[in-house]
Design a binder for this molecule. Structure first.
Ligand SMILES: *Cc1c(COP(=O)(O)O)cnc(C)c1O
Length: 437
C-alpha cells in the first residue's frame, strides 16, 4: 500500500503569508495564488532556474506551472537575462517609440500569416479588452458571444457566466460588473452547434464578435474538434460577426501561428500574452491591416498605454521568440510532452485508475474522470477536484510544483531535462497510488 510522504516545511512561507494578509486581500495579488483549492499555505518563491523553483523554506521543486505559461524556456533563461541586463543600462521606459517594438513586431509578423498588423499592450486582459472594443467599433454592433469554460482575463464584459436558458444573456460572475454590461454578453456551451445557431437567430445583426480561446486551457483543457471550429468560422462570417481567437495561452505555445494554424482557420482578431513577453508584462492583439486601421490614431477605436511596448519587456520578448523560432523547437517540445504523457497513461491503464491526461503541444491536464472526451465545462465533475488536492499535496512533498487548482493545466518547458521528467513521472505515479489507495 502506498504511504503518504511527510509534509515539507512551509514555516517561512506561512510566516510571509500571514504578513501578506495585512497588505493584500487574501494575502495575494491574484486570487488563485492563495492555494484556496489545495492543501496548505501558498509557497512564497525565492528564485527560479531552469525547470526549478525554490521557496522561502529552501525547498526545491520541478515547476510545471511555469508562471502560468509564459516561461516556455524555463526560469532564468540566459539569453533573456542578458538581453534585459543590457537594456537596463539604456533606460526603463520612454513613452516614445523605440526600434525594439519594430524588432519584436517583425519577428512575430514575419513568422505568422494570420495577422498583418498588431498593437502591443501590457497584459492578456488588456489585449482581449481592446480586441472586443475593436470588434464593436468595426462592426458597429454591441453584443459579444463567449463560451462557458473560457477565460479571457478580468475585464467587465468577460466576467460573465451562462444564464439559465440555452441561449440567454449572461449573468455576472463577479460583483461590481453592471448588469447592463452582462446583457451585452451571451454565454453558451462549447462544442454545441445548436446553441451557436440559436444565438444568431435570436440576435440577428447584433453580434459584434464571438470570442473563444484558441484551445480552451483555463478550465481544464477542453479540446475542440476542428470541424466545430470551422463551423464557428463559417457561421460568424455568414452573419457579419468577427471571430476572435484568444491565444494568450496558445500563442507561441503551439508554434508561432498558434491555434489558428493548429485548426487551419483564419480568425479576424487574435490576442496574445504570456509567452510573448518571456516573463515580462506584454500582451498584443493583431488582425488584418484593414481591421487594424480602425485603431487610433488611424481610426476611431481608442486604445493606449503609458508602458505599452516597454523596452525591457520588448527585449525579453525578442530574446524569447528568437529562441522559439529556431528550427525544430516546437516539434521537440511536443514530442517530449507526448512521451511524458504516454508513460503516465500506460501506468494509469495498468493500474486501472480513473484519470485521463489530455494534452496538446506542451500543455497537459489531469482529469480525474472515466470520460475519454471532455469538450465542455459542464462535463467536469467538481467532486473530482478532491482527488487533485491529494495529488497536489503529495507532489509538493516530493518536490513537484503543479498549479494550485485542478482546473489549471501544466506546461513542459524546454528547460525540463529528461532526468527532470523521469523524476516527475516517478513522483506522479507515487502520488496517483496515494490518491487511489
Ligand atoms: C491568462 C489569460 C488571459 C489574461 O491574461 P493576463 O495577462 O493574466 O491579464 C486572457 N486570456 C487567456 C486565454 C489567458 O490564458
Amino acid at each position: 500500500m502506498a504511504t503518504q510522504h511527510q509534509d515539507i516545511s512551509r514555516a517561512k512561507s506561512a510566516e510571509l503569508f500571514e504578513k501578506a494578509k495585512n497588505f493584500f486581500p487574501g494575502g495575494v495579488n491574484s486570487p488563485v495564488r492563495a492555494f484556496k483549492s489545495v492543501y496548505g499555505t501558498p509557497l512564497f518563491i525565492e528564485r527560479g532556474d531552469e525547470a526549478y523553483v525554490w521557496d522561502a523554506d529552501g525547498n526545491k521543486f520541478i515547476d510545471f506551472c511555469c508562471s502560468w505559461g509564459p516561461l516556455i524556456l524555463g526560469h532564468n533563461n540566459a539569453q533573456i537575462r542578458e538581453a534585459v541586463a543590457a537594456q537596463l543600462d539604456k533606460g526603463l521606459s520612454f513613452g516614445a517609440p523605440t526600434r525594439l517594438e519594430n524588432e519584436l513586431a517583425e519577428l512575430i509578423l514575419s513568422n505568422n500569416s494570420y495577422i498583418e498588423k498588431l498593437r502591443f499592450v501590457s497584459s492578456g486582459t488588456e489585449a482581449v479588452m481592446s480586441a472586443i472594443r475593436l470588434a464593436r467599433g468595426y462592426t458597429k454592433r454591441d453584443k459579444i458571444v463567449k463560451f462557458e469554460g473560457c477565460y479571457h482575463g478580468h475585464s467587465d464584459s468577460l466576467l460573465v457566466k451562462a444564464g439559465s436558458g440555452l441561449v440567454t444573456f449572461g449573468e455576472t460572475s463577479s460583483a461590481g460588473v453592471p448588469k447592463s454590461f452582462a446583457e451585452e454578453t451571451i454565454v453558451i456551451a462549447l462544442d454545441d452547434k445548436k446553441a451557436l445557431e440559436e444565438v444568431f437567430i435570436r440576435f440577428p445583426d447584433q453580434i459584434a464578435a464571438v470570442i473563444i480561446e484558441g484551445i480552451p486551457a483555463n478550465n481544464g483543457l477542453l479540446l475542440q474538434d476542428q470541424e466545430y471550429i470551422h463551423f464557428l468560422r463559417a457561421i460568424t462570417k455568414e452573419h457579419g460577426s468577427l471571430l476572435i481567437f484568444d491565444e494568450v495561452i496558445t500563442g507561441f505555445r503551439l508554434g508561432f501561428q498558434g491555434a489558428a494554424h493548429h485548426y487551419a482557420v483564419q480568425p479576424d482578431i487574435i490576442t496574445y500574452g504570456k509567452i510573448i513577453g518571456g516573463g515580462m508584462p506584454v500582451g498584443a492583439y493583431g488582425a488584418s491591416k484593414e481591421i487594424m486601421s480602425h485603431i487610433s490614431p488611424d481610426g476611431g477605436v481608442y486604445q493606449a498605454g503609458t508602458l505599452s511596448g516597454n523596452p525591457i519587456a520588448m527585449v525579453a520578448g525578442i530574446a524569447t521568440l528568437t529562441q522559439l523560432a529556431a528550427s525544430g523547437f516546437y516539434d521537440k517540445q511536443e514530442q517530449t510532452t507526448k512521451d511524458f504523457v504516454e508513460t503516465l497513461r500506460n501506468y494509469i491503464a495498468d493500474k486501472n485508475y480513473e484519470v485521463q491526461i489530455f494534452t496538446v503541444g506542451s500543455i497537459f491536464w489531469f482529469a480525474f474522470t472515466a470520460q475519454q472526451r471532455i469538450s465542455r465545462a459542464e462535463q467536469i465533475d467538481p467532486q473530482s477536484m478532491e482527488k487533485y488536492k491529494i495529488m497536489h499535496r503529495e507532489l509538493l512533498n516530493q518536490g513537484i510544483y503543479f498549479g494550485p487548482s485542478g482546473y489549471e493545466v501544466g506546461f513542459i518547458s524546454s528547460a525540463h531535462t529528461e532526468e527532470d521528467l523521469a523524476t516527475s513521472i516517478q513522483a506522479i505515479k507515487n502520488a496517483l497510488d496515494i490518491v487511489f489507495q
